[in-house]
Design a protein around this ligand. Structure first.
Ligand SMILES: [Zn+2]
Length: 283
Protein backbone atom coordinates (compact mmCIF):
# COMPACT_ATOMS: atom_id res chain seq x y z
CA UNK A 1 0.00 0.00 0.00
CA UNK A 2 1.17 3.51 -0.81
CA UNK A 3 2.25 5.91 1.92
CA UNK A 4 -0.20 8.74 2.50
CA UNK A 5 0.72 12.31 1.47
CA UNK A 6 3.67 11.43 -0.79
CA UNK A 7 2.04 11.07 -4.24
CA UNK A 8 2.75 14.16 -6.38
CA UNK A 9 -0.51 15.95 -7.11
CA UNK A 10 0.31 19.27 -8.74
CA UNK A 11 2.90 21.91 -9.64
CA UNK A 12 3.30 24.31 -6.72
CA UNK A 13 4.20 27.17 -9.14
CA UNK A 14 6.39 28.99 -6.65
CA UNK A 15 7.17 31.73 -9.21
CA UNK A 16 3.50 32.76 -9.40
CA UNK A 17 3.41 33.55 -5.68
CA UNK A 18 5.24 36.82 -6.24
CA UNK A 19 2.62 38.01 -8.76
CA UNK A 20 -0.44 38.78 -6.63
CA UNK A 21 -2.59 39.94 -9.57
CA UNK A 22 -2.12 36.56 -11.27
CA UNK A 23 -3.01 34.70 -8.06
CA UNK A 24 -6.13 36.89 -7.71
CA UNK A 25 -7.15 36.09 -11.30
CA UNK A 26 -6.68 32.35 -10.68
CA UNK A 27 -8.76 32.56 -7.49
CA UNK A 28 -11.52 34.39 -9.37
CA UNK A 29 -11.62 31.69 -12.07
CA UNK A 30 -14.78 29.54 -11.89
CA UNK A 31 -12.60 26.41 -12.23
CA UNK A 32 -10.62 27.17 -9.06
CA UNK A 33 -10.83 24.29 -6.56
CA UNK A 34 -10.78 25.48 -2.97
CA UNK A 35 -10.29 23.13 -0.01
CA UNK A 36 -11.24 24.37 3.44
CA UNK A 37 -9.62 23.33 6.71
CA UNK A 38 -9.92 24.29 10.35
CA UNK A 39 -7.43 22.94 12.88
CA UNK A 40 -6.95 19.28 11.95
CA UNK A 41 -10.41 19.17 10.34
CA UNK A 42 -11.32 19.33 6.67
CA UNK A 43 -14.62 20.61 5.32
CA UNK A 44 -16.47 17.60 3.87
CA UNK A 45 -19.51 16.78 1.82
CA UNK A 46 -20.51 13.21 2.66
CA UNK A 47 -17.33 11.09 2.81
CA UNK A 48 -15.24 13.41 0.66
CA UNK A 49 -13.57 16.80 1.03
CA UNK A 50 -15.90 19.57 -0.10
CA UNK A 51 -14.51 21.47 -3.08
CA UNK A 52 -15.67 25.10 -3.29
CA UNK A 53 -15.29 27.34 -6.32
CA UNK A 54 -15.88 30.71 -4.68
CA UNK A 55 -13.58 31.91 -1.86
CA UNK A 56 -15.01 33.12 1.43
CA UNK A 57 -12.71 36.17 1.53
CA UNK A 58 -10.51 38.09 -0.91
CA UNK A 59 -7.38 36.00 -0.23
CA UNK A 60 -6.67 32.29 -0.11
CA UNK A 61 -3.60 30.09 0.05
CA UNK A 62 -2.38 29.14 -3.43
CA UNK A 63 -1.54 25.42 -3.47
CA UNK A 64 -0.55 25.32 -7.15
CA UNK A 65 -1.86 24.14 -10.50
CA UNK A 66 -3.23 20.65 -11.19
CA UNK A 67 -1.90 18.75 -14.22
CA UNK A 68 -4.92 20.00 -16.22
CA UNK A 69 -4.15 23.61 -15.25
CA UNK A 70 -6.92 23.92 -12.66
CA UNK A 71 -5.86 26.33 -9.88
CA UNK A 72 -5.87 24.83 -6.38
CA UNK A 73 -6.41 26.86 -3.22
CA UNK A 74 -6.99 26.44 0.51
CA UNK A 75 -8.65 28.64 3.09
CA UNK A 76 -9.95 28.43 6.63
CA UNK A 77 -13.34 26.76 6.98
CA UNK A 78 -16.02 28.58 8.98
CA UNK A 79 -16.97 27.08 12.34
CA UNK A 80 -20.41 26.26 10.94
CA UNK A 81 -18.96 24.03 8.18
CA UNK A 82 -19.37 20.25 8.19
CA UNK A 83 -15.91 19.09 9.23
CA UNK A 84 -14.12 15.75 9.51
CA UNK A 85 -10.63 14.88 10.82
CA UNK A 86 -7.96 14.56 8.15
CA UNK A 87 -6.68 11.44 9.92
CA UNK A 88 -10.06 9.77 9.40
CA UNK A 89 -10.13 10.75 5.71
CA UNK A 90 -6.67 9.23 5.34
CA UNK A 91 -7.57 5.98 7.09
CA UNK A 92 -10.87 5.59 5.19
CA UNK A 93 -8.89 4.67 2.06
CA UNK A 94 -11.64 6.34 0.02
CA UNK A 95 -9.63 9.29 -1.30
CA UNK A 96 -7.16 9.29 -4.21
CA UNK A 97 -3.59 9.68 -2.98
CA UNK A 98 -3.19 12.88 -5.01
CA UNK A 99 -6.03 14.44 -3.04
CA UNK A 100 -4.48 13.40 0.30
CA UNK A 101 -1.29 15.21 -0.79
CA UNK A 102 -3.29 18.41 -1.44
CA UNK A 103 -5.09 18.08 1.88
CA UNK A 104 -1.77 17.75 3.73
CA UNK A 105 -0.49 20.97 2.16
CA UNK A 106 -3.82 22.74 2.77
CA UNK A 107 -4.13 21.62 6.38
CA UNK A 108 -0.55 22.52 7.38
CA UNK A 109 -0.70 25.97 5.75
CA UNK A 110 -4.16 26.87 7.06
CA UNK A 111 -3.01 25.80 10.52
CA UNK A 112 0.10 27.99 10.25
CA UNK A 113 -1.98 31.07 9.41
CA UNK A 114 -4.48 30.21 12.16
CA UNK A 115 -1.71 30.14 14.76
CA UNK A 116 0.69 32.82 13.43
CA UNK A 117 -1.53 35.85 12.90
CA UNK A 118 0.74 38.17 14.89
CA UNK A 119 4.35 39.19 14.33
CA UNK A 120 6.72 37.14 16.53
CA UNK A 121 9.09 40.12 16.70
CA UNK A 122 6.78 43.02 17.68
CA UNK A 123 3.32 41.51 18.24
CA UNK A 124 1.47 43.46 15.54
CA UNK A 125 -1.07 41.62 13.38
CA UNK A 126 0.67 40.49 10.19
CA UNK A 127 -0.60 40.12 6.61
CA UNK A 128 -0.65 37.10 4.33
CA UNK A 129 1.68 37.48 1.29
CA UNK A 130 3.08 35.33 -1.54
CA UNK A 131 -0.08 33.28 -1.97
CA UNK A 132 0.07 32.27 1.71
CA UNK A 133 3.79 31.34 1.86
CA UNK A 134 4.81 34.42 3.85
CA UNK A 135 3.36 36.73 6.49
CA UNK A 136 4.60 40.31 6.55
CA UNK A 137 4.54 42.74 9.46
CA UNK A 138 3.90 46.30 8.32
CA UNK A 139 4.93 47.70 11.72
CA UNK A 140 8.49 46.35 11.94
CA UNK A 141 8.92 45.02 8.39
CA UNK A 142 9.65 41.44 9.56
CA UNK A 143 8.80 38.48 7.32
CA UNK A 144 7.63 35.15 8.69
CA UNK A 145 7.58 31.86 6.78
CA UNK A 146 5.53 28.66 7.19
CA UNK A 147 7.11 26.08 9.45
CA UNK A 148 7.91 22.46 8.74
CA UNK A 149 8.99 20.44 11.76
CA UNK A 150 11.50 17.67 10.98
CA UNK A 151 11.02 14.40 12.85
CA UNK A 152 13.51 11.54 12.65
CA UNK A 153 12.02 8.04 12.68
CA UNK A 154 14.21 4.96 12.67
CA UNK A 155 14.07 1.18 12.63
CA UNK A 156 17.20 -0.06 14.41
CA UNK A 157 18.39 -3.61 13.84
CA UNK A 158 20.70 -5.93 15.75
CA UNK A 159 21.47 -9.57 15.02
CA UNK A 160 18.22 -10.46 13.20
CA UNK A 161 16.09 -8.33 15.50
CA UNK A 162 14.42 -4.94 15.12
CA UNK A 163 13.85 -2.39 17.91
CA UNK A 164 10.23 -1.20 18.20
CA UNK A 165 8.46 0.72 20.92
CA UNK A 166 5.03 1.88 21.90
CA UNK A 167 3.39 4.78 23.73
CA UNK A 168 0.61 4.14 26.23
CA UNK A 169 -1.81 6.33 24.23
CA UNK A 170 -1.60 4.07 21.14
CA UNK A 171 -4.00 1.28 20.16
CA UNK A 172 -3.32 -1.77 22.39
CA UNK A 173 -0.57 -4.02 21.03
CA UNK A 174 0.68 -1.62 18.35
CA UNK A 175 4.45 -1.11 18.07
CA UNK A 176 6.32 1.35 15.90
CA UNK A 177 9.74 2.68 14.97
CA UNK A 178 11.23 5.14 17.49
CA UNK A 179 10.80 8.79 16.54
CA UNK A 180 11.44 12.29 17.80
CA UNK A 181 11.73 15.92 16.78
CA UNK A 182 15.08 17.15 15.53
CA UNK A 183 16.67 19.96 17.50
CA UNK A 184 18.45 23.07 16.21
CA UNK A 185 22.10 22.49 15.37
CA UNK A 186 21.80 18.73 15.01
CA UNK A 187 22.38 16.45 12.02
CA UNK A 188 19.65 14.02 10.99
CA UNK A 189 21.89 11.08 11.91
CA UNK A 190 22.77 12.45 15.34
CA UNK A 191 19.14 13.33 16.08
CA UNK A 192 18.19 9.72 15.37
CA UNK A 193 21.06 8.38 17.53
CA UNK A 194 20.06 10.74 20.37
CA UNK A 195 16.39 9.73 20.24
CA UNK A 196 17.15 6.00 20.37
CA UNK A 197 19.66 6.55 23.19
CA UNK A 198 17.21 8.70 25.21
CA UNK A 199 14.15 6.51 24.69
CA UNK A 200 15.65 3.02 24.73
CA UNK A 201 19.26 3.31 25.94
CA UNK A 202 20.60 1.76 22.73
CA UNK A 203 23.72 3.15 21.00
CA UNK A 204 23.26 3.36 17.21
CA UNK A 205 26.20 3.32 14.80
CA UNK A 206 25.53 3.39 11.08
CA UNK A 207 22.40 5.33 10.00
CA UNK A 208 20.95 5.27 6.48
CA UNK A 209 18.23 7.33 4.80
CA UNK A 210 15.20 5.51 3.34
CA UNK A 211 12.48 8.01 2.47
CA UNK A 212 10.39 10.84 3.92
CA UNK A 213 6.72 11.57 4.47
CA UNK A 214 4.89 14.83 5.18
CA UNK A 215 2.81 14.27 8.31
CA UNK A 216 0.33 17.16 8.56
CA UNK A 217 -0.54 16.79 12.27
CA UNK A 218 0.09 19.71 12.17
CA UNK A 219 3.17 20.21 10.01
CA UNK A 220 5.87 17.56 10.40
CA UNK A 221 8.15 15.99 7.86
CA UNK A 222 9.00 12.44 8.88
CA UNK A 223 12.58 11.54 7.88
CA UNK A 224 12.65 7.76 7.58
CA UNK A 225 15.90 6.01 8.53
CA UNK A 226 17.35 2.62 9.32
CA UNK A 227 20.18 2.11 11.78
CA UNK A 228 22.48 -0.56 13.17
CA UNK A 229 22.74 -0.96 16.92
CA UNK A 230 26.15 -1.02 18.60
CA UNK A 231 24.65 -2.14 21.94
CA UNK A 232 21.58 -4.23 22.76
CA UNK A 233 20.60 -3.77 26.44
CA UNK A 234 17.35 -1.78 26.49
CA UNK A 235 16.75 0.92 29.13
CA UNK A 236 13.27 2.40 28.59
CA UNK A 237 12.51 6.08 29.28
CA UNK A 238 9.00 5.66 30.67
CA UNK A 239 8.21 9.36 30.14
CA UNK A 240 8.42 8.68 26.39
CA UNK A 241 7.58 5.01 25.95
CA UNK A 242 5.43 2.41 27.63
CA UNK A 243 7.53 -0.39 26.17
CA UNK A 244 10.43 -1.06 23.79
CA UNK A 245 11.66 -4.48 22.70
CA UNK A 246 13.84 -6.32 20.26
CA UNK A 247 11.51 -8.33 18.01
CA UNK A 248 12.91 -11.13 15.87
CA UNK A 249 12.35 -10.53 12.15
CA UNK A 250 9.96 -13.54 12.15
CA UNK A 251 7.88 -11.98 14.91
CA UNK A 252 7.92 -8.56 13.20
CA UNK A 253 6.65 -10.26 10.02
CA UNK A 254 3.69 -11.58 12.02
CA UNK A 255 3.01 -8.09 13.37
CA UNK A 256 2.95 -6.69 9.82
CA UNK A 257 0.70 -9.55 8.62
CA UNK A 258 -1.47 -9.20 11.77
CA UNK A 259 -1.00 -12.89 12.58
CA UNK A 260 1.02 -12.40 15.79
CA UNK A 261 -0.12 -14.94 18.45
CA UNK A 262 -0.41 -12.22 21.14
CA UNK A 263 -2.18 -9.85 18.74
CA UNK A 264 0.74 -7.40 18.49
CA UNK A 265 0.69 -5.27 15.34
CA UNK A 266 2.82 -2.88 13.30
CA UNK A 267 1.55 0.60 12.37
CA UNK A 268 -0.93 1.31 9.56
CA UNK A 269 0.53 0.93 6.04
CA UNK A 270 -0.20 4.63 5.38
CA UNK A 271 2.48 5.59 7.92
CA UNK A 272 6.20 5.59 7.17
CA UNK A 273 6.99 3.41 10.21
CA UNK A 274 5.31 0.50 8.43
CA UNK A 275 7.53 0.94 5.36
CA UNK A 276 10.68 1.30 7.43
CA UNK A 277 9.86 -2.02 9.06
CA UNK A 278 9.26 -3.67 5.65
CA UNK A 279 12.59 -2.22 4.52
CA UNK A 280 14.55 -4.06 7.23
CA UNK A 281 12.48 -7.26 6.87
CA UNK A 282 13.13 -7.53 3.13
CA UNK A 283 16.87 -7.88 3.73
ZN1 LIG B 1 6.50 43.15 13.61
Amino acid sequence: MTLAFVTPAHDRMEDLRREPHKIEALLASPQARIYRARGDLIEVEGERPRISHVPLGDAAIFLGLAADGVPLFAEQAPESATLAPLRGLMLSGALPHEELTLLAQARSLVHWHETHGFCAKCGTQSEMKDGGYRRHCNACNADHFPRTDPVVIITVTWNGHVLLGRQSSWAPGMYSALAGFMEPGETIENAARREVWEEAGIRVGKVGYVQSQPWPFPSSIMIGLTGEADTHDIRIDHHELEDARWFSFAEAQQMVARTHPQGLTATHPYAIAHHLLLKVLER
